[in-house]
Design a protein around this ligand. Structure first.
Ligand SMILES: Nc1ncnc2c1ncn2[C@@H]1O[C@H](COP(=O)(O)OP(=O)(O)OP(=O)(O)O)[C@@H](O)[C@H]1O
Ligand SMILES: Nc1nc2c(c(=O)[nH]1)N=C(CO)CN2
Length: 124
């Protein structure tokens, strides 16, 4: 079992709905246990793209999934919540990032941990 910290953000449509739904869908996975959910924080856009304010939060999760399995499942949850990938750092119904996966340092082609941008430090 690994302790993992995730961050989530939403800035399109019903942000509260997307965030609550993402937490619910993650928690339904038999190998993911949601341990703590932070407050919801409103924030102005970080980065160069002009877009609406976001709601962000952090989650503490215990998981039996390997890092890439967790990433795959996160992508499934994002897709089921109408996530579209159009603009890098652009507006999104839901964005879920793996901030820390246990104490591991991960350097895969499609997964880097601790997360390189650590946006959570500023936002949550
Ligand atoms: N720690 C991580 N957590 C989540 N995704 C990660 C992580 N490290 C690398 N990635 C990769 O980054 C990609 C994230 O891109 P996403 O589609 O969310 O795009 P983006 O909007 O361009 O970037 P970002 O989410 O950083 O704003 C994912 O497909 C994933 O493979
Ligand atoms: N306030 C805020 N700004 C952002 C966010 C975010 O979640 N919140 N996510 C981004 C790309 O992932 C870019 N900018």
């Amino acid at each position: 079992m690994q302790t993992t910290y995730l961050s989530m953000g939403s800035n399109i449509g019903d942000r509260q709905y997307y965030l609550h739904e993402a937490i619910r869908l993650l928690g339904k996975h038999p190998k993911i246990m949601i341990e703590k959910v932070s407050n919801f924080y409103e924030s102005s856009p970080v980065g160069g793209v002009k877009q609406d304010d976001s709601t962000n939060l952090a989650l503490k999760v215990a998981t039996l999934l390997e890092p890439l399995e967790l990433l795959d499942f996160i992508h499934e949850v994002e897709l089921s919540l109408n996530r579209e990938r159009k603009i890098h750092w652009g507006p999104r119904t839901i964005d879920i990032d793996i901030i820390f996966y246990g104490n591991s340092e991960i350097q895969e082609e499609n997964l880097i941990g601790p997360h390189k941008e650590l946006l959570i430090v500023y936002l949550v």
